[in-house]
Ligand binder design. Structure first.
Ligand SMILES: C[S@@+](CC[C@H](N)C(=O)[O-])C[C@H]1O[C@@H](n2cnc3c(N)ncnc32)[C@H](O)[C@@H]1O
Length: 261
């Protein structure tokens, strides 16, 4: 098969290797990240780079980590979590008894565990286990292990460390009662189909490298996956343009509600 240029060849070979389609990501940022990684492994062309990743799974894994950027935090942007706890969830619970929740792009688990802690602390009922998905199997494994450094737990509400974690040396492990309220699954937000009837979907700090077209398509899929009146919670640097066209209205910055029909 003929390719327009080396980049197109690389994108196709990488998709064969990883099932990830780099066309959905902003090319300049992606190229910069790829080139900086290639320098660290001393390769200067895409052909050798694909060969190295095919032969050496450790390098392939490191590269995936490098481009998916899975930094996360418990209660990231605490003031947004406060709005969710104080205003958004009580608003939703006016016409439902329980919540169906999804953390999309959950990385190493801090976000879904924060959701689970919030529900336990505030006695919000869950309709079913919280769905937590990511494209990256390695972060999902870490999330499932639920082992965090003490420093990572600083953002938790008072007493939550003792209630929901067990100390293991310098680390803290999530207790089973919290773990069992979450279902971790691998999912590519750009390719896979979504469930339905979610009351809150969190998709935060995931779309930063997606093209505008990809973002708009994704937000449409989220709007379809929400229950009527359900809420999409996005990242602190994000915004949904033409939310109305997707049947969403802004409730507060970073929270969009599916318009009731
Ligand atoms: C920066 S982390 C965000 C973690 C968490 N939502 C937060 O805000 O702290 C971004 C995550 O999005 C995931 N991701 C990137 N592209 C994805 C895709 N197409 N489908 C699913 N997850 C994806 C990455 O693997 C990474 O774990």
């Amino acid at each position: 098969m003929e390719y327009a240029n080396d980049w197109e060849w690389f994108v196709r070979q990488f998709e064969i290797l990883s099932k990830i389609d780099l066309h959905a990501y902003k090319r300049p940022q992606m190229e910069r990240r790829i080139n900086s990684f290639m320098r660290t492994v001393n390769v200067s062309d895409y052909k050798n780079f694909i060969k190295i990743m095919t032969d050496d799974k450790t390098i392939y894994r490191k590269f995936l980590d490098h481009i998916t950027i899975n930094v996360s935090e418990f209660y990231r942007n605490p003031n947004h979590w406060e709005i969710m706890e104080r205003d958004i969830v009580p608003l939703l619970l006016k016409n439902r008894n329980s919540l169906k929740l999804w953390s999309a792009g959950c990385s190493t688990g801090e976000e879904p565990y924060s959701l689970a802690i919030m529900c336990k602390e505030k006695r919000f009922n869950l309709a079913e286990r919280i769905l937590a998905t990511d494209i990256d199997n390695e972060v999902l494994e870490k999330a499932g292990n639920g082992l965090y450094a003490a420093k990572a737990l600083q953002g938790l509400p008072g007493g939550a460390t003792e209630r929901y974690f067990v100390q293991e040396g310098e680390f803290y492990r999530v207790k089973d009662e919290l773990k069992t309220s979450i279902k971790f699954e691998r999912q590519d937000l750009l390719k896979d189909t979504f469930g339905r009837g979610f009351d809150i979907i969190l998709c935060r700090n995931v779309v930063i490298y997606f093209t505008e077209e990809t973002k708009q398509k994704l937000y449409r899929k989220f709007a379809d996956a929400l229950s009527p009146g359900g809420v999409l919670f996005i990242g602190s640097t994000e915004q949904i343009f033409q939310a109305r066209e997707l049947g969403l209205q802004s409730l507060s910055t970073f929270f969009y509600q599916k318009v009731l029909v």
